[in-house]
Structure formats: C-alpha cells, structure tokens
Design a protein. Structure first.
Length: 261
C-alpha cells in the first residue's frame, strides 16, 4: 500500500499539474481538466523501486490511482478555500522552500562535481588519521571520581576487571565484562583516546579518566595492525562527506552576500 502524503504536498501537486512546464508531458490521467503528467508516475515508480519494490503494471496502476485520488482531494480542498487558510499557506510555503532547497543542492552538486583527485586526497587523509593499529578496549564507567578510584584500588589488589565492570553505567559493555571491542583512537573522545594510547597491552589506567559521559577506568586488551577499508569501499562515503562540505561552503557564501537583519 502506498503511503499517504501530507496535505501540504497535495496542494503543491495541484499547482504543478497546471504548470506550463508539463505542457509537453504525456498525460497519465486528466481530472476535471487538470493533467497529471506521466513524468509524475515515473517519479513515483523510481521512488518505489528505491525502496525495493519492482516495477510492474500493478504498481503503476496503484501509483496512478493514488495520484488521481490526491488530485481529486486537492481540487476539493481548493474549492473549499482550504488553500487560503493561514496554516495551510504556511505549510505550502515551507513545502515549496524545501523543494527549492533540494533543487538548488542537486543543481549545485551537478555543477561542482567531486573529482577523483579530491577523493583520493581525502582517502589519504582518512588513512593517516585512522593510523596503522587498532585497539581492543574495555572500560568501566561510573558517575564520580571517588568511585573510579575505588575501582582502581580493587584492580591493584588483583580484583577481576570483568567482575567490577558489572557496575559500569555503560550497560552495553557491562554485560560483556566492560568490552568495547576493536576500535581506533580517531573514533573516541580525546581524553579517552589519549589515555588509551598511553597504555601497554594488558594495562589499565592508574588514574581515572574524565569525559562528558562520566569517569572511566580503561583497559587495553590487545593491539593489532589495522587494515584500512579500500578506496573503492570508502569512495561513496568520502564523496558524500566532500559534497556536504561543498554545500556548507555554498550556504556560507550565500549568507555572506545576503542582507540579514
């Protein structure tokens, strides 16, 4: 079953249906003289395919029926003057703005494509930041520094880290003896990462480590060479990241040239 769309979008569909831009588009249906262009059916088919639904005559009939239903409702809403109510006018303005923002972003990225050289440079930076080792880490998280010091004192007296970890505020790792699994310092908050890098295999921190989450006692379980994901694997994420930076710069430039009171 196709999901219903918000009422604001229904009115926009009506407005688009009578837009001269669709004059040369083949009609999928005509409702009270208003053409529903075939291109809108194709757009919804692509949307359904992106969610895993295969193209089929049955899907196309569902989409066509849905578009007709929405056109009928939208036309009736306009007849009743609902498009002139303040709340609907606000929703229409927001919906129009959202469509324009999306159109600008797509057009900007088309005009400013990310080059392979940029991607390779970003990949090299990624690998450099990642380092050449990964660390198997455990920790015990508590609320206060005295609690953390008490845990360290017990560890100094040969208490088992895994047993003490049951009191950790990090419920996910507490169930696994404090184990966080394999990670790299780049993914950790700075105080935690710095403390981890000061340890040798099998050691735990002799001083509590404070982060925004609380107080930690950290143990380095193991170290091994890190094999970074290949360029081909990372390429989509790197491209997305660079595109986001491009858009941020474009928005910053637009704000700088705009008169904002």
């Amino acid at each position: 079953m196709l999901k219903s769309r918000q009422f604001a979008a229904l009115a926009i569909v009506t407005a688009l249906a009578i837009n001269p831009a669709f004059a040369d588009d083949k009609a999928a249906a005509t409702v009270n003289g208003v053409v529903i262009p075939q291109s809108r059916v194709e757009m919804d088919v692509k949307g359904a395919e992106s969610q895993g639904r295969p193209d089929s005559p049955e899907l196309r009939k569902l989409i066509r029926d849905d578009l007709i239903n929405r056109e009928v409702i939208a036309q009736q809403a306009v007849k009743e003057g609902l498009d002139k109510t303040p709340s609907v006018m606000d929703q229409l303005a927001i919906a129009k703005q959202t469509v324009l923002v999306s159109a600008f972003i797509q057009d900007y990225l088309k005009k400013h494509p990310i080059s392979d050289d940029q991607l390779k440079k970003e990949y090299d930076n990624y690998k450099a930041q990642l380092g050449d080792k990964e660390y198997e880490v455990s920790h015990i998280l508590v609320k206060t520094e005295p609690e953390a010091r008490a845990i360290i004192a017990k560890l100094n007296k040969k208490a088992k880290f895994e047993t003490l970890a049951k009191q950790s505020l990090d419920a996910g790792s507490a169930e696994k003896g404090g184990a966080l699994g394999w990670t790299v310092p780049k993914t950790l908050v700075e105080p935690f990462a710095n403390a981890l890098l000061s340890l040798k295999k099998g050691e735990y921190t002799k001083e509590p480590v404070q982060t925004q989450f609380g107080w930690h006692v950290i143990k380095l379980d193991d170290v091994r060479p890190l094999k970074a994901p290949s360029f081909d694997v990372m390429k989509p994420k790197l491209e997305q990241h660079l595109q986001q930076l491009e858009i941020q710069k474009a928005v910053s430039d637009l704000r700088a040239s705009a008169k904002i009171d």
